[in-house]
Ligand binder design. Structure first.
Ligand SMILES: *Cc1c(COP(=O)(O)O)cnc(C)c1O
Length: 358
């Protein structure tokens, strides 16, 4: 697509369903015998559920996880009847029948949710979450063991837990949680088990159990803090230069005058701001790339604009597109520069930008 197409002056997000499929196939290969699901909550981490779900189905994925009921309904409409849609945030009182009728599999997170599910829709598919060390969702191991009979009656399709520290694979918490999960599940009815998200899925056979649940890795984000994983970029975020200007020593740049030109510099003012998901935390730290040249952010990111140091970007012209995420501007590096994680950059991506499927 030429730069002048569609909406000139607007940021553009290009999504590659092919790259998403390749990343899922990478996780499936790593999963060996285990089922490889896909986590598609938050509009598939911001890339668009309508793009992600059909691509994952085409690649062979049959198990999907979302966080909210409206996401589950949207996913349900995009995947075949035989595929499963798990609802991580569980079931609110009174929602049981509607969820069961919609063919959504809630992940029951408390004794109350289990009791209500069993009373309202006995026999309807469900999953059970056991908390092994996050103090977030799920039954405590003690609650799970006390209610082993109820779990047996529910015959869950899956018992799952979630690792708190998998981004650091050597963290002792990982082995602790795995041990608690195994000890608890050994005393519960035998059903398929799942512990690993993206990071855990790459931590070897001990963490795989029967199903892995990658999310971020599918969208090209490295799940580990320190180790790079060979994943394809799925999102490319670009925005146009709308003004070039020259500044000299002492000229201050942007809100709060947090930056001052040390010498004569050329600045590129780009139509991308925090309202487009380019975080304000990237002020004086983030970067854009044009034809291989990295241009650091100068001063604060504002709502609709960011200012880059384009002094070394020879030939840069107004209207040129600058890449902020993509093959030249890796998601993990930009997230680090913006003092955040790839999850937050992706899920914050703009609804204002033009969306293109590559
Ligand atoms: C979000 C989530 C995942 C996916 O995690 P990633 O780190 O994105 O792979 C898996 N399981 C649960 C319970 C989650 O909440």
């Amino acid at each position: 697509m030429a730069d002048s197409d569609a909406a000139p002056g607007l940021a553009r997000i290009t999504v590659s369903p092919r790259a998403l499929q390749e990343n899922w196939l990478f996780f499936r290969a790593q999963a060996e015998g285990a089922v490889c699901a896909a986590v598609v909550k938050a509009d598939a981490y911001g890339i668009g559920l309508g793009i992600a779900a059909p691509a994952l189905v085409e690649a062979g994925c049959t198990d999907f996880f979302v966080a909210h009921r409206h996401e589950a309904l949207a996913a349900r409409a995009l995947v075949p009847a035989e595929a499963r849609v798990f609802l991580l945030n569980g079931v609110m009182p009174g929602e049981e029948l509607a969820l069961a009728q919609a063919g959504i599999v809630p992940v029951l997170n408390s004794v109350g949710q289990m009791e209500r599910w069993q009373a309202a829709v006995p026999g309807a598919p469900c999953a059970v979450h056991v908390d092994t060390g996050m103090s977030r969702l799920g039954l405590t191991p003690e609650e799970a063991l006390e209610r082993a009979e109820l779990i047996e009656a529910l015959a869950p399709q899956l018992i799952l837990s979630h690792l708190a520290c998998a981004s650091a694979p050597d963290h002792p918490k990982n082995a602790m949680q795995r041990a608690v999960f195994m000890e608890t599940c050994a005393r519960l009815p035998v059903v398929p088990l799942s512990l690993a998200a993206s990071a855990g899925a790459l931590m070897g056979p001990d963490y795989r159990f029967d199903m892995v649940r990658p999310g971020i890795g599918l969208y090209g984000g490295g799940p580990f803090d320190a180790v790079a994983v060979p994943l394809r970029p799925v999102v490319r975020l670009e925005a146009p230069v709308i003004q070039l200007r020259d500044v000299g020593p002492g000229d201050t740049i942007g809100y709060g005058s947090t930056r001052e030109a040390d010498r004569r510099r050329r600045l590129a003012v780009v139509a991308l701001g925090y309202a487009d998901g380019f975080l304000r935390a990237g002020s004086n730290r983030g970067f854009g790339v044009v034809r291989g040249t990295v241009m650091p952010v100068m001063g604060r990111v504002s709502m609709d604009l960011v200012i880059l140091d384009a002094t070394s970007a020879r030939g840069l012209a107004e209207g040129d597109m600058v890449e902020f995420l993509g093959p030249a501007a890796p998601l993990d590096a930009q997230a680090q520069a913006c003092d955040t994680i790839p999850y937050e950059l992706l899920t914050g991506l703009s609804r204002r930008a033009a969306r293109v499927v590559a």
